[in-house]
Design a protein around this ligand. Structure first.
Ligand SMILES: NC(=O)c1ccc[n+]([C@@H]2O[C@H](COP(=O)([O-])OP(=O)(O)OC[C@H]3O[C@@H](n4cnc5c(N)ncnc54)[C@H](OP(=O)(O)O)[C@@H]3O)[C@@H](O)[C@H]2O)c1
Length: 290
């Protein structure tokens, strides 16, 4: 299979390139070219069409996105350009060259009021500009008539690129204690596990909407505690606080844990637990002496 990946320098994009490279021909693209990566600005409608006509991929995996959740509140145009219009450009171009599109979605399309995990048939109601722009992107893909998958992920982290997990551990080395929010619930998902799930779903050939979260759920506090405990730092103090302690421009859902119901009902849900992700993250950082 020839697979074109957009946003290939991002946290998930790098892992998707890696996952597919073992068994498929991969064309990695990013906003700027360099180091095995071809330039493709996904907001450039003409460029998207011409690159897809030249490359003729079987599958496009769209990992490019505007991911600054708070920034989207003041720069809505940038968020809609990248998260709503660009998936539309990709989907239309995929339809023209008979490629299928795998688009990455988010748990932030939900309002977090359900009280238990959301499945693919729950109705989205985003609370933020970021969530609305990502929901708009899903709709653009569905309405294009292209063959598609949408894979919603949440609370992604990795041992390589900067993210919540790496930042919180860095902070813990510079401060005697941390205060972390305990009233937002979700499921931390290692980017490698999400990327491998993208590949598995693509190879299944079963199109549609999928949740691709690790199993289980916790709060940001619970995730922080697990990261520190895994490093043997059980004595390090992490105080539980509520969301009001850190006012932010964008409203986050209180409980946006995802249930991978479409996977359960089709090819099976083999996503590992979030605790297994933390173990892998810690082992890898120890191996690399980080
Ligand atoms: N991280 C999470 O916790 C999380 C949670 C739920 C859903 N998601 C979704 O998962 C997907 C991947 O997120 P991520 O965490 O890997 O984000 P990321 O690390 O911020 O990667 C996004 C990538 O998109 C690229 N990009 C930005 N503008 C572009 C453009 N015009 N053309 C091409 N590429 C462009 C960025 O490149 P530059 O660095 O050059 O800007 C960056 O490499 C996104 O769809 C996101 O909405 C993420």
């Amino acid at each position: 299979m020839r697979v074109l990946v957009t946003g290939a320098n991002g946290m998930l994009g790098r892992r998707v390139v890696e996952a597919f490279s073992a068994a498929h021909e991969v064309i990695a693209t990013a906003r700027c070219s360099g180091d095995g990566v071809e330039a493709l600005d996904v907001t450039d409608h003409a460029a998207v069409g011409s690159v897809l006509r030249r490359v003729r991929p079987d599958v496009v995996v769209n990992c490019a996105a505007y991911t600054d959740v708070d920034g989207a509140e003041s720069d809505g145009d940038a968020a809609y350009r990248l998260n709503t219009l660009a998936p539309g450009h990709l989907a239309w171009a995929c339809r023209d060259v008979e490629a299928a599109l795998f688009h990455i979605g988010t748990d932030y399309v939900f309002d977090g009021e359900k009280g238990r995990a959301y499945d693919e048939w729950d109705t989205p109601r985003p609370l933020s500009a970021y969530g609305r722009s990502k929901l708009g992107g899903e709709r653009a893909v569905v309405e294009s008539g292209a063959r598609f998958w949408i894979g919603r992920v949440q609370w992604l982290y990795d041992d390589r690129t900067p993210n919540f997990a790496t930042r919180i551990l860095d902070l813990s080395r510079r401060h005697p204690m941390l205060r972390v929010v305990d009233d937002q619930i979700g499921c931390p998902t290692h980017a490698r596990h999400a990327a491998e799930q993208v590949q598995r779903i693509v190879e299944s050939g079963r199109y549609g909407l999928y949740h691709m979260s690790s199993r289980g759920e916790t709060s940001w506090w619970g995730f922080t505690r697990a990261l520190l405990d895994a490093e043997g730092r059980e004595d390090y103090l992490v105080e539980k606080v509520t969301t009001d302690a850190f006012p932010r421009p964008a409203t986050r859902p209180r409980n946006s844990a995802l249930r991978n119901r479409a996977l359960e009902l089709t090819i099976g849900d083999d996503m590992p637990s979030w605790e297994a992700g933390v173990e892998e993250f810690t082992r890898r950082r120890q191996e690399m002496n980080w």
